[in-house]
Design a protein around this ligand. Structure first.
Ligand code: HEC
Ligand code: HEC
Ligand code: HEC
Length: 122
């Protein structure tokens, strides 16, 4: 008798656990990790650079415009620079400033193009 009740309880607990796991996988496994909305990048002797990540994601939609050059990982730019796989200021010149200048020339809304509008000394 007690054994039968325990079996039922065990089955109920198992079913609940499976449903919970499936629900969790559905809720958290499907969307991509977009990373932080705001990121502060290292800018060497010129001071750090505030980067509105989410705003760029909304505006540009294709992650690979930037992430083809460095992985979706905190500190990856500095890591690649330390390994000599990216030159100093390469991302700054080939991505940030380049794109902002092009957008400005096209008469579109763009980001900063002068040193101290990006770099802030502490
Ligand atoms: C305009 C450039 C740009 C675009 C577009 C962009 N990212 Fe990023 N992303 C960056 C930079 C810069 C970093 C910081 C890298 C570092 O710390 O060296 C970063 C870091 C990340 C990180 C790790 C940081 C964290 O907070 O977890 C993730 C995850 C990420 N991006 C995901 C995405 C996804 C997904 C998209 C597309 C929807 C995207 N990014 C579009 C520039 C961009
Ligand atoms: C649109 C924003 C932006 C502008 C404008 C900008 N920078 Fe940068 N700068 C960055 C970012 C992001 C980095 C880090 C990534 C890299 O090294 O490519 C950086 C890196 C640097 C570094 C560090 C390189 C290293 O690894 O030691 C220096 C120095 C620097 N910038 C100087 C300048 C000077 C001088 C100007 C003006 C002529 C300038 N930056 C304009 C965003 C900017
Ligand atoms: C492919 C194009 C592109 C690249 C690459 C890009 N940006 Fe931008 N950025 C934009 C555009 C477009 C805007 C204007 C967004 C808007 O409409 O508000 C902008 C705006 C900004 C702003 C101003 C946000 C504000 O509050 O006004 C900052 C700061 C900025 N970008 C920094 C950076 C840095 C640092 C990098 C390099 C890591 C970078 N951007 C790379 C296109 C780009």
């Amino acid at each position: 008798m007690t054994a039968r009740i325990n079996t039922r309880k065990t089955i109920a607990a198992l079913v609940l656990a499976m449903l919970t796991a499936a629900g969790w996988a559905w809720a958290s496994g499907t969307p991509t990790n977009k990373g932080a909305a705001e990121i502060v990048l290292e800018g060497g002797t010129s001071g750090s650079v505030a980067f509105p990540h989410q705003r760029h994601q909304e505006k540009l939609t294709d992650c690979n415009i930037c992430h083809a050059a460095f992985p979706q990982k905190t500190g990856s730019i500095e890591e690649l620079k330390a390994q000599g796989k990216l030159a100093k200021k390469q991302i700054m010149n080939e991505q940030c400033t380049k794109c902002h200048k092009e957008k400005r020339q096209a008469g579109e809304k763009a980001g900063p193009t002068t040193c101290t509008t990006c770099h802030v000394k502490q």
